[in-house]
Design a protein around this ligand. Sequence first.
Ligand code: AMP
Ligand code: GLY
Length: 432
Amino acid sequence: MRILIIGSGGREHALAWKLKQSPKKPELFIAPGNGGTALEGENIAVSESDIPALMRLIAEKNIDFVIPGPEGPLVNGIVDACEKAGVLCFGPRAYAAGLEGSKAFAKTVMEEAKVPTAAFAVFTRYEDAEHYVRTKNCPLVVKADGLAAGKGVVVAKDTQEALAALRSMMIDKDFGPAGETVVVEDTLIGEEASFLAFCQGDTVIPLPSAQDHKAAFDGDTGPNTGGMGAYSPAPVLPEERYAEIVDLVIRPVLKTLEKRGCPFSGILYAGLMMTQQGPMVLEFNVRFGDPECQPLLMRLEGDFLELMLACAQGRLHEISLSCSTDSALCVVIAAEGYPGAYAKGMEISGLAEAEALSPGKVKVFQAGTQMENGRIVASGGRVLGVTALGGNLATAQQNAYEAVARVRMANSRFRRDIGSKGLRSCWACGEK
Ligand code: AMP
Ligand code: GLY
């Protein structure tokens, strides 16, 4: 079986690494890929945002199964294009991918599905949005409607900040067409958790809960990034509550999309705020999270390719999911300066040493890297995702940071508190 993975991040390295272990022995191609995916298959220099070029590549390479990593190709209709071409592709069609592609669309679906989420209003005229913000108490959250690489959300502590965000999105057009429509919503208080489920037809198979760390610096301070680390499971969302989230959030959304004539297939990722009033949805993604994918795939047991195929082929009901009881934790090593301007070209070493600490239990996933004359060099903001298993969260954290200490790269930076919030929740509920 010939598989094309689309994307170039740590998530795509993890997908390639896990698929490669399948007894089906797939042949992997990755577009455009990175230094890590080159170890698992063949990288091909086609951009993830160029759907016609991807479709030509799929035909040229006789691809049997397409797996888009990021949201862009899904929102831009890669699944619809593959369907037309008669090629199997994992994920939702463009209409259902609108859950991530348009925050206003996601809000209307949630409203119709009666899914708990923050009170909100949608605006296409700056004057109307300004009037609304002036009548509301802050903090308020201002969101660009469209895709903005994780940067289109501002939690504004006062009216001035909210108005500045509106101006930047609607007047200065800092996010292009993505900011022409904005969603303004009430601020929710609580701890965040990521809940991902394989969905197809009436079948929902939840993955274990995870927690991302979006802020750049320790203690959840600094600007938001794509994610500086993640772990699974998240004590704030224990397994006993998965069924509740499926009933409260996942199934109602699936039903609503089906009613609208576009059933969802693929990974539905609910970004949740665990509030005192119960879980509420902050956002939907229609794909694996990055970096949540890395610890999740470390824990997943069995043939991952069979699971992905069953979902795409409409036979997810045949599958049962098996996961290690270990915790897994991923620390992202970034280039100094990220998420702003950052250095590139630094040589990376120590990866084999890090993995040798505990073979099979430590894995360094590569993100912004490339191979240059046999050397691995940094080429992106998030460079590596050092991921480790452990019998509990504390051990997984310790193992991951021991591995981080073996990696050498000039001008690098990482958070030193990945998992610490989860450990505080564990202590609070009396778990060791
Ligand atoms: P989103 O892309 O919508 O998940 O927003 C990115 C981040 O902004 C989330 O992970 C939260 O940390 C924060 N955020 C978004 N919406 C809200 C909200 N209604 N209340 C509090 N924080 C929020
Ligand atoms: N880690 C958050 C995301 O993938 O959107």
